[in-house]
Design a protein around this ligand. Sequence first.
Ligand SMILES: *Cc1c(COP(=O)(O)O)cnc(C)c1O
Length: 432
Amino acid sequence: MDGLKELYASMGICGAVYEYGTGILEKLSKRFEQIDETAEYNQLKVVRAMQECRVSEACLLGTTGYGYNDLGRDTLEEVYARVFHTEDALVRPQITCGTHALALALLSNLRPGDELLSPVGKPYDTLEEVIGIRPSRGSLAEYGISYRQVELLPDGGFDYDNIRKNINDRTRLVTIQRSKGYQTRPTLSVAGIGELIAFIKGIRPDIICMVDNCYGEFVETAEPSDVGADMVVGSLIKNPGGGLAPTGGYIAGTGECVANAASRLTSPGLAKEVGASLGILKDLYQGLFLAPTVTASALKAAVFAANLYGQLGYAVVPDGAESRHDIIQAITFNDPEAVIAFCQGIQSGSPVDSHVTPQPWDMPGYDSQVIMAAGTFVSGSSIELSADGPIRPPYNVYFQGGLTWQHAKFGILRSLQALVDAGIVSEQALKR
Ligand SMILES: *Cc1c(COP(=O)(O)O)cnc(C)c1O
């Protein structure tokens, strides 16, 4: 296109990086088409739910104070329940983040003496303190709730024998993390999660199966709740908030599970009846409406980055050709300087705070330093183009998001440019 290369050049992307990116992109049209088809399906799913729930202009207004009879809040929860095909949902700005939503789901559905099982290995870093793997105030462990973990097999499959052996009379809840988080294991497909749930329910049908759905929403046409999960849990500043939700989390699931969570979030007796939505409902509705296409942009970005860096010889998980079950792309750099350059490159391509240079810091809830690129409209939002790298071997960077594919492409090219400028990737390597 006339002038496009020059415009990129004026924004710091050299000819070699631009041409290399263009070459990668030429091979991805089929993949991008498939991603758009999934987005189309999910877009209709969301619109249908909104229509069936008769979302009206009045729903977009908020309440203050106790928030009794908050039509918009209650209707939004119905919309979520329809999208996820669950009996009920709790969707609240008072749920402060994904960790909070998961902690709420666990602490409200487990009782002293119960046991929690993770059949998919170590959970997300921040969950370690929730469970009490790392001792912490108010953890499940402090309430007398024990925990077991079964590792995935070396090929990423489920270790069914050991899962069976680790289920006992006290096992009350199984937590299944869909996304890899800060690991390089494969992300679980919805179909795979369905098989695991069927196996667990085959041993004891009353075990609650919860899925940490963070980063997975709308990546496939089905959600874990379509394949037997009793609860799916996530953050509104990831996929389902569509980049517009300014805060919040959700729990969608059985009436029983959601009622337990609501009673703990507010108070026994008050449950879902209180909780002012203030002025954010329009953004929660509109964000959910945009979520399928925003997730598609983020997926295109991840596929592009996998191919771009994979072809340069870096280990990428998932690889450039694999099917996708979340929006996260891990790239292994084996070099802390490369992680830092990558994140600084992403930041420099942001619409907000492009002029600041991120540095590694001691982030609460994480056990090593982390560098984050987050030039986002919503602070810390990781459905927006963002990257984080824990500063520990093997020096992976976890890259995600992109509200528009066009912006994500620019950000990824900036990251590569930063590696070229730092002398970590040579211009020669781009020409091969
Ligand atoms: C992001 C994430 C969480 C925690 O969410 P926060 O909103 O950062 O607290 C939990 N699990 C997984 C898999 C995640 O990706």
